[in-house]
Every structure is written in structure tokens, then in C-alpha cells.
Ligand binder design. Structure first.
Ligand code: AP5
Length: 216
């Protein structure tokens, strides 16, 4: 399966991607994770992306498209991919269609996670992430067994610099202005499935699974 997962910051793209990968064996490509890794490694891409990300703005398409093209062209993606956080505007939507055609893996489905803004604020400000493995927690909704410590590998949990209410407002505005039109573009092609992602995480995954079983 060749999938996109879309939705605003905090809608659960990363949380659901981990479960989809486990259930269906597709390759997870998260542009946000790739940029954060590039920043940690101080690569040229990371240096360019940092100021945009810290301010909740989109990284320029020239950098983002090149990075995705390199990743999606790797052999493992021939067994199916799950793009998380890409595309984020109409230009990127056109770019992914071209890339998918080049590797002969056209997009099967777009999972669109729908959550209202007040819920996003709670999720984003309470999110904690494992420094080592990237597992996602929440101080109220998904607590680790020991506060500040990852259940999986014992890594320290941290809060992303862009996970403040102030930065979320910018990220949400970027989403509304730039990303929603790309969702509508795919909707016109009949590819979008809306999911009520304000439900608890297990129910959200059940709904996604029902949809994916139909395209498998
Ligand atoms: P990115 O890392 O992609 O961030 P985002 O889209 O803002 O999404 P998040 O990772 O914040 O949230 P999520 O939807 O994955 O939610 P999660 O599952 O963690 O991008 C960051 C930045 O990189 C961008 O701002 C931009 O600068 C740059 N960038 C990335 N891609 C780009 C592109 N294509 N073009 C240009 N720039 C780009 O869940 C959130 C919290 O809620 C967690 O604590 C979780 O435990 C909890 N939770 C999840 N689901 C539920 C549930 N059902 N019930 C209760 N709690 C839940």
C-alpha cells in the first residue's frame, strides 16, 4: 500500500503511523523526523531547516522535495510507503504524484485525521518524545510507566521546541492556508478518507484499519 497520512500538528499522524507500520509493514517516511535528524547531525539540510521549524513555518519546497525524492527512490519503498507530513502544500502534492509515478507506486489512499483546535492544544503542549527511539507519549493521555523515561528503551523523554501554544498557532495557520488545499486536491481525485481522530487512540486505529483492509 502507498499511503499519505495528513492532518494538523498534534492530530496523531506520528502515533498512528507507528501502528500502521507495525500492522502493514510499509516504510514510514516522516519529513519532520528527517529534518530533526538532519538538525541533530548538523547537516546542510538541517542548518537550513532549523529556523523555519523553530518558528513553525514550512521548510522551502526545494529542500523538502529533494529530501523526499531521495528517500522514496530507495528500494525498500517498492514494498509500499507511508508519507507522514508530506505533502504540505499544492506544489508538494504535485511533486509527490510525479515521484510516485516515477517509481511506479501511485498513491492508493490519503488518511485525513480530523481534530478540533482545542484538542490539538492539549495534545501538543503535553507531548513528550523519547530521545533515543522517537516513541511518542503524553503527560495525560499516554503516560510512560516511569515519568520522563521511555517504556521501550529507557531513553529520556523531551519536549519539542515547537510544542508550545504560541508555535502551534503558527503551525495551525500554515496548515489551514497551505496544507488544506492539498487535501482538497486529493479529495477531488477520490483518494481522501476522513477519520475522526478526536476519539481515543485505539478507536482511531480501528477506523484506519477498517479503511485499509478495503484497499489491501
Ligand atoms: P512534523 O514533525 O511533521 O510535525 P506536525 O505535522 O506539526 O505534526 P506533529 O508531529 O506535531 O503531530 P502528529 O500529528 O504527528 O501528532 P502525534 O502523533 O505526535 O513537522 C514539524 C515541522 O517540520 C513543520 O512545522 C515544518 O517546519 C517542518 N516540515 C515537516 N514536513 C514538512 C514539509 N513537507 N514541508 C515543509 N516543512 C515541513 O500526537 C501528538 C500528541 O497527542 C502525542 O502526545 C500523542 O501521544 C497524543 N495523541 C495522539 N493521538 C491521540 C489520541 N487519539 N487521543 C489522545 N492523545 C493522542
Amino acid at each position: 500500500m502507498n499511503l499519505l497520512i495528513m492532518g494538523p500538528a498534534g492530530s496523531g499522524k506520528g502515533t498512528m503511523s507507528a501502528q500502521i507500520v507495525e500492522a502493514y509493514g510499509v516504510v514510514h517516511i516522516s519529513t519532520g523526523d528527517m529534518f530533526r535528524e538532519a538538525i541533530a547531525n548538523e547537516t546542510p539540510v538541517g542548518l537550513e531547516a532549523k529556523s523555519y521549524m523553530d518558528n513553525g513555518k514550512l521548510v522551502p519546497d526545494s529542500v523538502t522535495d529533494r529530501m523526499v525524492k531521495e528517500r522514496i527512490s530507495q528500494d525498500d519503498c517498492l514494498n509500499g510507503y507511508l508519507l507522514d507530513g508530506y505533502p504540505r502544500n499544492l506544489s508538494q502534492a504535485h511533486a509527490i504524484e510525479e515521484m510516485a509515478a516515477e517509481i511506479n507506486r501511485p498513491i492508493d489512499l490519503v488518511i485525513n485525521l480530523v481534530v478540533d483546535y482545542q484538542e490539538l492544544v492539549k495534545r501538543i503542549t503535553g507531548r513528550r518524545i523519547c530521545k533515543t527511539c522517537g516513541a511518542i507519549y503524553h503527560v495525560d493521555f499516554h503516560k510512560p510507566q516511569i515519568e520522563g523515561v521511555c517504556d521501550i528503551d529507557g531513553g529520556a523523554l523531551y519536549q519539542r521546541v515547537d510544542d508550545t501554544e504560541e508555535k502551534l498557532a503558527v503551525r495551525f495557520e500554515e496548515y489551514t492556508k497551505q496544507t488544506e488545499p492539498s487535501i482538497e486536491y486529493f479529495r477531488e481525485k477520490g483518494l481522501v478518507r476522513d477519520i475522526d481522530a478526536s476519539q481515543d487512540a485505539k478507536k482511531v486505529m480501528d477506523d484506519i484499519r477498517n479503511i485499509l483492509e478495503a484497499v489491501k
